[in-house]
Design a protein around this ligand. Structure first.
Ligand SMILES: [Fe+2]
Length: 426
């Protein structure tokens, strides 16, 4: 049996809140409504305050070793060799949480894009400058602050992201907002996902934090032994309610490199022949979190057990009705019902198509304050880890990841099975 690794050199990394400071959790269908500091948001999970680390628990080599609180929420900071005490975004540095929670309950998502003005007049009136990045995917936007959008403008934003796949907002004050603000903001678009083992902002597991600096990180272990760092995926498609309108914000970027690639899965579907579309619409694929987890948490417990889901290969956006080839290589472990050779042939063909057709690809070059809004149902993406590691070079992002509907198969009518159970924003 492995031994528990504990040192006594640093104070316990625990959250101690006075009674009046504690968040108020209210059970709602599919999750919890959280009220804290005047903000309210919808989350799928809450920390298990009774969690006790198991006897064979070992702290990951990527985490700082701190005393483990035997009972209560415990967070471990990412192991860093660079002094971050003067870092502007120190409060957004990456942590992992040692809790054990029950799996997500599926929930009936109400997509706010369904309330939007199809012409998006309110949002477009607020935007000074917008320019498409390519004909098939991506629009760059300047002269508007996401943080200032009204509820109706957020609805239109969600619709626009579904249509363009990727929206790149420059010079945003998003990263200057409080975590509570960001969570309430993200909750407008769906139940906030908390990663099963990904790192997050201290005390705010709904805000993912990704940092790669002079140390080796989980990103590098993903690519060990491979020719490329390119890993096409949509985020956490193995969940029963995969992700929808997603916000990725840059805090620090390397001088050059560290871009994110995006491809439009709707255009990928459109390019296929009619017979191939018809065939693929009959198929489903198995999405598994196993591959992502292999490097993420070899030794530490998961927040929730890993899950697999079966989703349609061609899905339909619940509001626009656009069909997408939804086949993220990173998470697919097979096609249901096909024999192995058949599955391999289809998989190889689709991956070559998705990855090789630059007609519907684009590339985001990050700046501090850039926020990319993308529809995880309609696009896939990959980071490019091409920049050298070294002191002063760091790539640090935070992400708010609202969940969306259980995927609508292309063969069904738009919105047929999207029920209205809980609408966090009204
Ligand atoms: Fe991702």
């Amino acid at each position: 049996m492995a031994t528990t690794t504990v040192t006594e050199t640093k104070p316990a990394e625990t959250i101690s809140l006075s009674v009046e400071d504690k968040p108020k959790y209210t059970k709602v269908p599919g999750g919890w409504e959280v009220s804290y500091k005047g903000y309210t948001w919808f989350t799928g999970t809450i920390p298990n305050e009774d969690f006790v680390p198991p006897p064979d628990f070992e702290i990951s080599s990527m985490s700082e070793q701190v005393p483990i609180n035997p009972k209560g929420q415990t967070e471990l900071p990412q192991k860093l060799n660079v002094d971050y005490t003067k870092y502007k975004y120190e409060h957004f540095l990456a942590h992992t949480t040692l809790t054990k929670e029950t799996p997500y309950e599926p929930y009936d998502h109400v997509d706010c894009a369904g309330r939007a003005d199809p012409e998006k007049k309110s949002l477009f009136a607020a935007i000074k400058e917008k320019k498409d990045m390519t004909p098939n995917i991506g629009t760059e936007v300047r002269g508007v602050q996401l943080s200032q959008l009204t509820s109706a403008q957020k609805d239109e934003l969600s619709l626009w992201a579904a249509e363009r796949g990727v929206l790149v907002f420059r010079d945003q004050d998003f990263v200057d907002q409080s975590p509570e603000f960001l969570k309430q903001y993200g909750s407008h678009f769906g139940r906030l996902h908390v990663h099963s083992f990904g790192s997050h902002v201290k005390g705010h597991p709904e805000i993912l934090s990704n940092l790669r600096d002079s140390d080796k990180t989980v990103f590098d272990s993903y690519s060990a032994g491979m020719l490329t760092t390119t890993r096409w995926h949509s985020d956490m498609t193995y969940e029963a309610n995969p992700m929808g309108t997603t916000f990725l914000a840059a805090l620090s970027v390397p001088d050059c490199g560290g871009d994110t690639l995006y491809l439009n899965s709707m255009a990928a579907y459109d390019a296929l022949s009619t017979p191939m579309k018809s065939f693929l619409e009959t198929l489903s694929a198995i999405h598994s979190g196993a591959r992502q987890s292999v490097h993420g948490k070899k030794k530490s417990p998961y927040r929730r057990d890993l899950v697999e889901s079966i989703h349609p290969l061609i899905r339909k956006h619940p509001v626009t009705g656009r069909k997408a080839l939804w086949f993220p290589p990173e998470y697919i472990s097979g096609i249901v019902g096909l024999k192995r050779e058949e599955s391999n042939a289809i998989t190889d063909m689709l991956y070559r198509h998705l990855q090789g057709s630059l007609d519907f690809h684009t590339r985001v070059k990050w700046e501090e304050g850039t926020v990319v809004v993308y529809d995880n149902r309609m696009v896939m993406h990959s980071v490019v880890l091409d920049y050298p590691l070294g002191e002063g070079e760091k790539r640090h992002h935070i992400r708010i990841t609202p969940q969306a509907e259980r995927p609508v198969p292309a063969s069904r009518g738009v919105g047929e099975e999207v029920g209205m159970v809980y609408d966090p924003t009204g």
